[in-house]
Design a binder for this molecule. Structure first.
Ligand code: SF4
Length: 417
């Protein structure tokens, strides 16, 4: 993780505000007082700090790789007599497991059940499980409590304009766990943008979307409010964005500087692409079209899918030497709970028993590949990262980014982190 090209992206991701709990805080009645504790690990100091506040309820949200620490924190707080509710993607995928570690769990969207959770906590009668009866309508999205972040400067803020994804790539939980694909009305997005830019007029924003622009169309309203805000923003989208001239025409002027695009794998047997599968040349043309308007593309590659071999990893390494993308993200295929991929590997008895949730980092091998040994894949992956994120390739991609951003109508020579 100390490679130069990886470090900057890892730092940016680690500093993103925790939007889920900030959103629930935003819909918490004003007669409650709310505090936020962001942490990388469970420490005595953290536990004492929370216990000293004598909270009625502690809500913990954690991703799969940190869920064991979430459980550990919950256990320590419950031992002090404090009620704990757990939620998030991992809890939604594995409610039976999560229920063993909390007084209550929230399965799926938190917003529809949050008031009930609070009322029950106040009365001392939390139910074991809360699940919304219908997907949350983002037209009613509350303003996240960005004020809870304190005065520390944030490199980026997060804002959600849509939830879920209409596709169903087999390694991705977003399309299954978050309910149907929904978009937030542009007027609500504008309110959140105002709240963020009131804190920091030069804010950089990362859209916490799974696939912005997924449903095609011109997206005029969204691009207008983003443009009016004056913010610079990043997002994730699928490669078809490069074939959407109506959006491309306004993308840079709306403040977009970078998009992360899943190019997934150059292994022909890769099943993960789902409905967005296309010949690599078509996807690369789309990348070029996005970058032609001044928006840099982070190309995402997944290593270790079925059919991966030492030779195919070498091919990817050679391709990365001339990859037109302004940046790259390379991760190991990871069977997160709730995905079709995990189900398949489980059925085929290929999950490695000694890899617990803390190893689901996107950088650890957690299953037996079909054409290589697990250790062989591990070694080849580390070698690939070393080559792809060493000083020279990092410098080359930095130059590509500068070239792309020279075309950007708003950046005026700025280089985002
Ligand atoms: S396109 Fe992206 S967000 Fe949508 S299912 Fe595939 S990986 Fe998930």
């Amino acid at each position: 993780m100390s490679l130069p090209g990886l470090l900057s992206r890892a730092k940016a991701i680690a500093a993103l505000p925790p939007l889920g709990v900030l959103t629930l805080a935003g819909m918490t009645p004003t007669d409650w007082s709310v505090t936020l504790h962001e942490t990388k690990s469970v420490t005595d100091e953290l536990v004492h700090r929370i216990v000293s506040e004598a909270p009625t309820l502690v809500a913990i949200s954690a991703l799969t790789a940190s869920i064991l620490e979430g459980y550990a924190l919950s256990t320590r707080l419950r031992a002090e007599g404090i009620a704990v509710v757990l939620g998030g993607l991992h809890v939604t995928a594995l409610p039976e497991e999560a229920a063993l570690h909390a007084d209550a769990i929230v399965v799926g969207d938190g917003e529809p059940v949050w008031h009930q959770v609070l009322a029950d906590a106040e009365n001392g009668h939390l139910r074991a499980r809360y699940r919304a009866t219908a997907p949350f309508d983002l037209a009613h999205a509350p303003l996240p409590r960005f004020d809870l972040l304190g005065d520390v400067a944030r490199p980026r803020f997060t804002l959600q304009t849509s939830r879920g994804c209409p596709f169903a790539c087999d390694f991705c939980g977003a399309s299954r766990l978050l309910g149907p694909f929904r978009t937030k009305p542009a007027t609500r997005v504008r309110d959140e943008l105002r709240a963020i830019t009131a804190r920091d007029p030069r804010a950089w924003i990362e859209l916490a979307d799974d696939n912005t622009f997924a449903e095609g169309g011109p997206h005029d309203d969204l691009l207008s409010v983003l443009g009016e805000s004056g913010a610079r923003w990043f997002t994730e989208a699928d490669w078809r964005l490069g074939e959407n001239p109506a959006v491309l025409e306004r993308l840079a002027a709306s403040g977009c500087v970078q998009v992360l695009v899943g190019l997934e794998s150059r292994v022909h047997r890769h099943r993960g692409m789902g409905a967005k599968a296309a010949p690599p040349t078509r996807m690369m043309d789309a990348v070029e079209a996005i970058q032609a308007v001044g928006v840099a593309v982070i190309g995402c590659y997944i290593v270790g899918s079925d059919g991966e071999t030492r030779e195919s990893i070498q091919r990817l390494r050679r391709f990365l030497d001339r990859d037109p993308c302004a940046d790259a993200q390379i991760t190991l295929q990871t069977p997160f709970p709730g995905t079709a991929l995990r189900q398949r590997l489980e059925d085929e008895q290929r999950l490695l028993a000694d890899r617990d949730w803390s190893r689901h980092t996107l950088f650890d091998v957690t299953y037996r590949p079909d054409c290589m040994g697990a250790e062989e894949l591990e070694v080849a992956f580390v070698e690939l990262l070393r080559d792809a994120f060493g000083e020279e390739p990092t410098r080359r991609r930095h130059q590509v980014r500068r070239q792309v951003w020279r075309r950007h109508p708003l950046l005026c020579g700025e280089v985002p982190s």
